[in-house]
Design a protein. Sequence first.
Length: 182
Amino acid sequence: MIDRLWYSSRLHSCEFFRAGPDEAGGRRLRGDVVVLLGDRPAHVQYQVDVDTDWCTRRVDVDIEQATTRTCLRIAGDGQGAWRVDDVPAPDLAGCLDIDLGCTPSTNTLPIRRLGLPVGEQRDISVAWLRFPELTLHAATQSYRRLDDHTWRYQSGRFSATLLVDDDGYVRRYGHNLWRTPT
């Protein structure tokens, strides 16, 4: 079992994160995020289930903000087909990973799935859940492994250095986006 506490002064957020094995032999990532979405505080709970190859299979996201609650149920087949709230999502075709924009936890998915040697880079397509909009988009991202614990992440014009532990879980994301206290 992996437990993390991430905080971001830039995003005014804090997260308790836990990862461990699931019943099907894959992994389950869970997080409780307290964050400002727009200009209002919100509580985001998520669960991401991945298969043994670290491909996203199921994502549940619940967002509470004031008197509003939004629930999203996202399912991937591990081959690039997706359903959102049980409706096919052909605009996400080809994506193998989910990227939840409110947490660094989902960066672990491509890091583990790709298993790149030091110096290698790979461009991938992900299903990106944007916050605070709560919209899903296919996005191209790039991961380059710089050394055993350092990766360079890029999406469009945004880039950040990711420092990870031996299991590929983020310890620091950029200089001030997310970090663990230890």
